[in-house]
Design a protein around this ligand. Structure first.
Ligand code: ARG
Length: 589
């Protein structure tokens, strides 16, 4: 289905042509003077230059050609050359009913679906998830769902940090604690135990301790680096320890991401890219892209138009070790080979922008990425505390994700208990989890991703204002009216929306009609915050309508049924939107 604005623009473009002007001037937008009209077209102002006529004259000509009374209730040309437009009630009623009858409310799905790989999450195995990983997970999941809603083939890849120094640190500490393990016996030729020699809690204790030690003890750090190198050169015993670390961490990560309602199609990591590194470098050498600079191997990625310094992209360090860039380039080799993506989008902290700029340029220049593959960097800002500094625990440490979620759930639980004393313990816990997740996700997604934002527990968990709980509260309110209606009057099926009977109802109708344009735009800009802004507006107009309208006690049954249809549509659109944002609403709260 076309969006409402597309349909109106078609009409007005035809009128421009009929009046002897170019159709390109017929673009219609939502009125920025809702007190004067619903929609407007400013094309006559631009056309005036081309036709050397007064804009108002052109606007008058076009208004004269807009005679379809089934569509337009009113078209007025006003100085200096605007066209103010009002639609007939019936036109919008039909449009809304068509939306309701269509698949996905008439959103035009991609005719040629793209394959889009979204690289998000990016946790480092054996290190606990912290709030820095939260933003990537929340934004990435939503981008993926928006793309999927628009009909594209979306692949989420967690891209684990599973190949760095943290593994060497764990091996070093494990060796110090339990030298008798067969992994450390060079003469051991048997099969290694299938069970890991540690649990996730042990692993989470080992890593920070080893990391702290390596900062004070240079020899310990050296040992950890050696261990990393030995693992990377394929040592059998170290490889076996690495596998254990992977199993134990991945199981834990899966649980944590599931709690966030986040899931990945691919659980690949930096380690998977390693086999592609040598052939990639060989090819770069053959094609003459790499050269040696102070012992390191680099590729120039400067461009004439660069406003700021763009250092060469380093491929190998002088000691022959590979880097973060190397792994990301090799991962691109693999992704091109396995998925032929039309786009790869990275949802990563914006402080890594330079890294990705270098990787993207190098990948294009060396032909690792085909011209047809778009590379997008969705950089996000920092989540700060109320003091404006990166979010920390009360003690000043890095906030673990689990702790943050537990805190917010507790806060929601207390509110729930206050509001509804009769609620059972179990139900209160369950509901506070659902609402807590909405509070966190909406609090994050409602900001433009690139911006820093303040994690404000009081604000995020509030039932009023631009918050997740407010959106859920609105949905739950609609559900309860519908339940009451069903109880009194029976079925909700075969309802149709009817012409509006008051201004607030008109506002609600116009807001609902925007849905498919909002979704398409959120996808185009890979911007979940556009959906948040929309549902906040929608919830507001709905609540205003609700406060002024006695729905359940309405005696005119036809009118009432029309409202019920409008309510059903509002609920369904809100729920569709929060689903692509990655959370859901409870039945009651
Ligand atoms: N593991 C990295 C970190 O914690 C994020 C990985 C982002 N993705 C990528 N392809 N580099 O900073």
């Amino acid at each position: 289905m076309k969006t409402l604005l597309e349909m109106l623009s078609d009409e007005v473009s035809r009128a421009f042509t009929a009046a002897g002007y170019d159709e390109k001037y017929g673009k219609v937008s939502i009125s920025n003077r809702p007190d004067l009209c619903e929609y407007q077209c400013n094309g006559a102002l631009s056309a005036a230059k081309e036709y050397k006529k007064a804009p108002i004259q052109i606007a008058n000509d076009v208004a004269g050609a807009l005679t379809d009374t089934a569509v337009f209730a009113e078209v007025t040309a006003v100085a200096p050359g605007f066209l103010n437009i009002r639609l007939t009630e019936k036109f919008l009623t039909d449009y809304l009913n068509d939306m309701r009858g269509a698949d996905a409310f008439g959103v035009e799905k991609a005719e040629e679906p793209m394959t889009i790989l979204v690289d998000y999450g990016g946790p480092n195995v054996a290190k606990p998830l912290h709030v820095g990983h939260l933003r990537s997970a929340i934004i990435g999941e939503s981008v993926k769902r928006i793309g999927r809603f628009m009909g594209h083939n979306m692949i989420g890849d967690i891209h684990l940090g599973d190949w760095g120094l943290q593994i060497g640190l764990i091996i070093t500490e494990l060796l110090a604690r339990r030298p008798e393990l067969p992994y450390f016996d060079e003469n051991f030729e048997g099969e290694y135990p299938s069970e890991a020699p540690f649990t996730i809690s042990e692993l989470e204790e080992i890593y920070p301790m080893a990391s702290a030690k390596s900062k004070e003890d240079a020899a310990y750090k050296e040992a950890a680096m050696q261990a990393t190198l030995r693992l990377q050169s394929g040592d059998r015993g170290y490889r076996a320890v690495w596998k254990h670390i992977m199993e134990v961490s991945v199981a834990d990560l899966k649980k944590n991401y599931a709690n966030l309602n986040v899931s990945f199609e691919l659980w690949k990591g930096e380690a998977d890219a390693q086999p592609y590194i040598l052939p990639m470098i060989e090819q770069m050498k053959k094609d003459g892209f790499v050269y040696e600079s102070e012992g390191a191997l680099v590729v120039d990625v400067k461009e004439d138009s660069d406003a700021k310094e763009m250092p060469p992209c380093m491929i190998l360090k002088s000691d022959g070790a590979s880097l973060y860039t190397t792994t990301d380039l090799a991962t691109l080799v693999q992704r091109e080979q396995d998925y032929h993506p039309d786009m790869i989008a990275y949802v990563v902290d914006k402080r890594q922008e330079m890294h990705f700029e270098q990787v993207f340029r190098c990948a294009r220049k060396t032909g690792i990425v085909r011209d047809e593959t778009a590379l997008k960097f969705i950089g996000f800002g920092t989540m700060n505390g109320k003091d404006g500094k990166p979010f920390k625990t009360r003690e000043g440490g890095v906030m673990r994700l689990e702790a943050l979620i537990a805190d917010i759930n507790e806060e929601m639980y207390n509110k729930m208990k206050e509001n509804r004393t009769e609620i059972s313990e179990e139900k209160a816990r369950e509901t506070s989890k659902i609402v807590g997740l909405a509070a966190i996700k909406y609090g994050d997604l409602s900001n433009q991703a690139t911006k820093d934002y303040v994690f404000d527990m009081d604000r995020f968990t509030s039932f009023e204002g631009d918050t997740g709980p407010y959106i859920l509260y609105t949905i739950v309110r609609i559900k309860s009216i519908l339940a009451k209606y069903t109880e009194l009057d029976g079925s909700l099926s075969s309802m149709t929306i009817r012409d509006a009977s008051n201004g607030l109802e008109k506002d609600l109708r116009m807001e609902l009609a925007k849905f498919n344009a909002v979704m398409a735009n959120a996808f185009e800009e890979l911007a979940p915050h556009k959906i948040c802004a929309y549902i906040y507006d929608l919830a507001n107009v709905f609540n205003r309508f609700y406060h002024e309208t006695k729905i359940i006690s309405e005696e005119n049954k036809e009118k009432q049924a029309g409202w019920i249809a409008l309510l059903i549509m509002t609920r369904d659109i809100l729920e569709t939107c929060i689903d692509v944002l990655g959370f859901k609403a409870p039945e009651r709260m």
